[in-house]
Design a protein around this ligand. Structure first.
Ligand SMILES: NC(=O)c1ccc[n+]([C@@H]2O[C@H](COP(=O)([O-])OP(=O)(O)OC[C@H]3O[C@@H](n4cnc5c(N)ncnc54)[C@H](OP(=O)(O)O)[C@@H]3O)[C@@H](O)[C@H]2O)c1
Length: 347
């Protein structure tokens, strides 16, 4: 194997609040020879996700499930990559995987549990779906909505963060399974148009509309399922519209991640009154449903009922920039960075 140079982004400083360019450090190193049981993976697409700021914090933001990072450690992150050399009996050159690649252009892996690699199946779709519909983002949308939201045909569904990676898929899944009406909350007219283009019956632009008034107007009888990605005041206002027996899926709270103090909602007493349920969700507790999620998501993609909304940046040098913008909502859909040369790969 020719001499390969691994490019890496490491933690330069631990962020305490917002993440900035000063928190990243770039380095290069040679890729060593493989040992028995190892594989060499070339990164093609690297994920950019809200949780990464927590990975970079000194204490992992208090609830990161990944190993804590020290200054100089390669930043955690999932990616889609190609096995280009293997000393492992279950992997061969030419296999594609998604899993914990880290912010680097090559990864030598002993395929540990912690790296959570999934060998990708040939489905004739762009391989970056391994970071969106056919990977953790899609698994989060599917498992969270279907198995925690417990939707039925004819249900009214509310989705916050509806132009994001997870939310944009929940909107489409809700329509694909026959929910009667889907209301999306997103920031700005452009994002709202996109969410309606994905099938939402109506949207609320939380940056320009009065959210409480619009919820009153658009949900006169309340919702059956609320899939929440953002937390904070939007979550709180939405609790005024619970139907009896409704389900709220707590997927994320992106609006709270940089708050100094935890946000205290005022309306939680309504959950009891409406016999509603607040369902905490963590995607890795649904591993046993990933296969089901992938099969259904792939079939909706083939039937043109679902498409991944992807916000693609290009070039390994763009990684910090891509993450910093995530917290100010510059992305439309699942943000990722193509770090290899050439056209998008179909697999
Ligand atoms: N529980 C789990 O296992 C699990 C798994 C995956 C993801 N998550 C969480 O789920 C959430 C969505 O993840 P994702 O991958 O879809 O992220 P994403 O693609 O970055 O989407 C998040 C969306 O939230 C919106 N947003 C950002 N700041 C906001 C604010 N202050 N108020 C309201 N909306 C805001 C952004 O768009 P706007 O311009 O519309 O604001 C963005 O489109 C995140 O909180 C993430 O941490 C949880």
């Amino acid at each position: 194997m020719k001499h390969l140079v691994n490019q890496q982004w490491t933690v330069g400083e631990h962020p305490t609040k917002e993440v900035g360019h000063q928190h990243f450090k770039y380095q290069e190193s040679s890729v060593p020879q493989l040992e028995a049981g190892q594989i060499l993976i070339k990164s093609h697409y690297l994920n950019i996700a809200p949780v990464m700021r927590m990975y970079m914090m000194k204490d992992g933001g208090g609830f990161s499930t990944e190993k804590l990072l020290s200054i100089g450690d390669v930043i955690h992150g999932r990616g889609v990559g190609e096995v280009i050399d293997s000393q492992h009996p279950e992997y061969k050159s030419g296999d594609y995987v998604h899993g914990q690649l880290g912010w680097q252009t090559y990864k030598i892996s002993s395929v540990t549990q912690q790296e959570k690699f999934v060998k990708m199946k040939r489905r004739g779709v762009p391989i970056h779906n391994g970071l969106s519909a056919l990977g953790m983002t899609g698994y989060s949308a599917y498992c969270g909505f279907i198995h925690k939201g417990l939707p039925h045909e004819g249900d009214v569904v509310l989705v916050s963060g509806a132009a994001g990676g997870v939310g944009s898929m929940v909107v489409q899944i809700a329509k694909a399974i026959g929910c009667s009406s889907v209301l999306g909350i997103a920031g700005g007219p452009e994002k709202c148009n996109i969410v309606e283009g994905l099938g939402a019956d109506a949207t609320i632009d939380y940056k320009n509309d009065n959210v409480a008034e619009r919820l009153d107007e658009l949900l006169p009888d309340g919702y059956d399922v609320f899939f929440d990605n953002v937390g904070g005041p939007i979550f709180d206002a939405s609790l005024n519209h619970l139907k009896r027996g409704s389900r709220v899926v707590l997927c994320g709270a992106i609006s709270e991640y940089a708050m100094k103090e935890p946000y205290i909602p005022q309306n939680t007493f309504k959950i009891r009154r409406k016999a509603a349920s607040l369902n905490g969700f963590f995607v890795y507790e649904h591993k046993h449903q990933f296969e089901e999620a992938e099969t259904n998501m792939a079939s909706w993609i083939k039937d043109k009922k679902l498409k991944a909304l992807v916000d693609m940046d290009h070039g390994f040098d763009r990684m910090p920039h891509a993450l910093i913008g995530l917290y100010t909502g510059t992305n439309i859909g699942k943000r990722m960075v193509k770090v290899s040369e050439g056209e998008d790969l179909i697999y």
